[in-house]
Design a protein around this ligand. Structure first.
Ligand code: TNX
Length: 550
C-alpha cells in the first residue's frame, strides 16, 4: 500500500531541504536611556496597547468582582485570586460586583458574544486602580486570567508565604484565537506517564491557552486505559513498554479524573486507540484478533508497521465496538482518534473498508472520527478530521529535491486531502519536520529522534500553515498540534525537555494572528519565559538561539 511504503521512505529520507537555520542576532532597538514597557505574552495577543502610566499593583489590597450570578466569571476570579495570593490572608476576596464600591478591583464582566470577541476571546483594560476583564464565555475569562498571569512577573509562579510585588502594566488587550484546535499529543503508550504527570502537562498547556490534549493510549508496546468490557487489555497488555521495564495504565476513574482536570482548564481530551496497525498489545491480550488466532508476545522494541488486527473477522469489529463504546462513555469530548497510521500488512482496499466501518462505529457512539493522514484513503464523512503529519509536497518549488516516488506519494496525498476537504473534512496540522516535538533540537541532543529532521526552536515556530498546506482552504484547517512520541524518552522530566520551549511556539501558531507572529518578536518574548519555567520547575532546553533573560 502506498502509504506504508512512503512512510518508510519518508522517515529515513525526509525532506531536509527544510530551511537551514540562520542564527541572527537582534540588538535592542530602544534609544539609550529610554524605558519602554514591552510585553512578553505568549501567544501574542491580537492587539495590545500599552500606556506608560503607573502599573496596577496586584499585591496591594483589592477585590475581584463578577456580575452577580455569573458562576464562570466567579470561577475565573478564584483562579486569579489563587495565583495572586500565597496565603489565605493575601488572596483577594472574590465577590459579586457592587456598583457603589470605589475600592481597587479586578472586575470580570460578561460581554455580548459578538463576532469580534467570540467564545474564547476576551478584553482586558488595566489602569492604575482598576482592571476590567470582558469575555463572552467561560473560556474567555479563563484565557484572560492566563494573560494577566503572564503580565505579572515570574515571581507570581512561586509558592511562598510572603506578599509578592505584582505590577501589571497599563495596557488594553483585545484577543481571540485564530484556530479552534491548539493541541498537544502525549504518547503514553511507548512509555507510560502516570496521571499526575499528565495533569502537569495540562497545567502547562493552560498557561499557553492550548485546548486539545490528544492521548495516544495504545500501541504495539502497551495498552494504557482500562476497558471494563475487555479486562485483559490492561491485565496483560499494559505490562510492557519500550525497553521492557515498567508499563502501566489509567483506571477508569483516573482517566475520568484527567478528563475533568482538563475540562476545568478548557482542555478537551481526545483519546486515541490506534488501529488497525500499532495493535500488538491488543493482539497479545485477545488471540481472536489475529487472523491465525494465535496470541502474540508483548513487544518492547521500536519497529512500526508489523501488527494489524484481522480485518476479515467479525470478532475484530465486536472488539472495536466494545473499546470505542467504553471509551466514548468516559469521554465527554466529541472526538475519537482511531490512529490509522503506518499499516504495512493490509491491502489498500482492506484498509479503506476497515476505516469506513470503524468510522460508522465511532459515529454510532456519538463521536467524530479523527485519524492520521492515511485515513484520507477512505471516504470520510463531514465532521471527521484528518491529522496531517506530512506536508503536501511539492509545495514550494523544491520538486527537484524530491525523488519521484515521494513526489507521486505527495501528489496522491494532495488529491486525497482535496477530496476529503470537499466532503467537509477538517484538518489538524502536525508537520513532522516542524512540530513533532520528539525530533532533536540539534544533532547532538541526546534524546529524541531525527527521521523528520532536526527541529530547533526557530524552525519549529517560524512557518505558516499556508506555506506548507496552502492547497487546503483556510476554513478547513481546524488548527495545529504538537506531538511528543516517546520511543526515546520515558520520564516527565524528559517529556518536558522536548516540549519546552517548542510547545510555546505551537501554542502561538495555533492562537495568534499570522500578522502578530514573527521570529524576532517571539524570540524576545520567549526569553522572558525561562524564569517562569524555573519557578514552575519545568525542565527546558536552553536553546542558544534565544538570549534568555532570567
Ligand atoms: C511516526 S507519523 C509515527 C509514530 C512514531 C513517530 C516517531 C505517525 C502517525 N506515527 O508511530 O512514534 O513517528 O517520531
Amino acid at each position: 500500500m502506498e502509504t506504508t511504503m512512503t512512510h518508510r521512505v519518508s522517515r529515513t529520507r525526509f525532506l531536509r531541504a527544510a530551511s537551514l537555520v540562520l542564527t541572527l542576532s537582534f540588538a535592542g532597538c530602544a534609544p539609550p536611556g529610554a524605558h519602554r514597557t514591552t510585553l512578553s505574552v505568549i501567544p501574542n495577543p491580537l492587539s495590545a496597547k500599552v500606556s506608560e502610566g503607573p502599573a496596577f499593583d496586584a499585591s496591594l489590597p483589592l477585590r475581584i468582582t463578577y456580575s452577580d450570578g455569573d458562576s464562570a466569571a466567579a470561577a475565573a476570579g478564584r483562579v486569579l485570586s489563587d495565583l495572586i495570593g500565597n496565603t489565605r490572608a493575601t488572596m483577594p476576596h472574590v465577590e459579586p460586583a457592587n456598583p457603589d464600591s470605589t475600592s481597587r478591583s479586578i472586575a470580570f464582566r460578561r460581554a455580548a458574544k459578538d463576532q469580534t470577541i467570540g467564545s474564547e476571546g476576551y478584553r482586558i483594560a488595566v489602569s492604575e486602580s482598576t482592571i476590567t476583564v470582558d469575555a463572552a464565555g467561560p473560556a474567555g475569562f479563563f484565557y484572560a486570567v492566563q494573560t494577566l498571569r503572564q503580565l505579572m512577573p515570574p515571581l507570581v509562579e512561586h509558592e511562598a508565604a510572603y506578599v509578592k510585588p505584582l505590577p501589571i502594566p497599563q495596557v488594553t488587550i483585545d484577543d481571540r484565537p485564530t484556530f479552534e484546535w491548539r493541541g498537544l499529543m502525549l504518547d503514553v503508550a511507548r512509555h507510560f506517564l502516570p496521571a499526575t504527570d499528565v495533569k502537569r502537562f495540562i497545567d502547562l498547556m493552560a498557561l499557553y491557552k492550548m485546548n486539545r490534549l490528544h492521548l495516544h493510549l495504545s500501541d504495539d508496546q502497551g495498552w494504557r486505559i482500562e476497558i471494563p468490557s475487555r479486562p485483559r487489555l490492561t491485565e496483560h497488555g499494559s505490562q510492557s513498554q519500550v525497553g521492557g521495564k515498567g508499563g502501566g495504565f489509567y483506571t477508569v476513574s483516573e482517566y475520568e479524573d484527567i478528563v475533568r482536570y482538563a475540562a476545568d482548564r478548557f482542555i478537551v481530551v481526545v483519546p486515541e486507540i490506534d488501529m488497525p496497525g500499532h495493535t500488538n498489545s491488543a493482539l497479545a491480550s485477545y488471540p481472536e484478533l489475529n487472523c491465525d488466532g494465535q496470541k502474540r508476545e508483548l513487544y518492547e522494541g521500536t519497529n512500526v508497521g508489523f501488527s494489524s488486527v484481522c480485518p476479515s473477522k467479525e470478532e475484530t469489529f465486536v472488539f472495536i465496538d466494545d473499546v470505542i463504546g467504553d471509551i466514548a462513555a468516559m469521554t465527554p469530548g466529541p472526538y475519537f482518534h482511531v490512529g490509522g497510521d503506518e499499516v504495512q500488512t493490509l491491502t489498500e482496499s482492506e484498509y479503506i473498508q476497515f476505516i469506513e466501518r470503524v468510522q460508522r462505529i465511532v459515529e454510532r457512539h456519538g463521536k467524530r472520527l479523527v485519524g492520521w493522514d492515511e485515513v484520507s484513503f477512505a471516504n470520510l464523512d463531514s465532521g471527521s478530521r484528518v491529522q496531517l503529519w506530512r506536508p503536501l509536497w511539492p509545495a514550494s518549488g523544491d520538486d527537484a529535491a524530491l525523488d519521484s516516488s515521494r513526489a507521486a506519494a505527495a501528489a496522491a496525498l494532495k488529491r486525497r486531502v482535496e477530496r476529503s476537504a470537499a466532503n467537509g473534512v477538517e484538518f489538524i496540522l502536525s508537520p513532522a519536520d516542524r512540530i513533532y516535538l520528539d525530533m532533536k533540537y540539534h544533532s547532538s541532543t541526546v534524546i529524541g529522534l531525527s527521521w523528520a529532521g532536526i527541529s530547533n526552536v526557530r524552525t519549529s515556530y517560524d512557518w505558516n500553515p499556508d506555506d506548507i498546506f496552502g492547497q487546503i482552504p483556510r476554513k478547513a484547517i481546524a488548527g495545529v498540534e504538537g506531538t511528543l512520541w516517546s520511543e526515546s524518552f520515558a520520564t516527565v522530566h524528559d517529556f518536558e525537555y522536548m516540549a519546552f520551549p517548542r510547545l510555546a511556539g505551537v501554542a502561538e501558531l495555533g492562537w495568534s494572528d499570522p500578522e502578530r507572529r514573527d521570529w524576532p518578536s517571539y524570540r524576545g518574548r520567549l526569553s522572558k519565559h525561562a524564569a517562569r519555567w524555573q519557578a514552575l520547575g519545568v525542565n527546558y532546553y536552553r536553546s542558544p538561539l534565544v538570549d534568555w533573560d532570567d
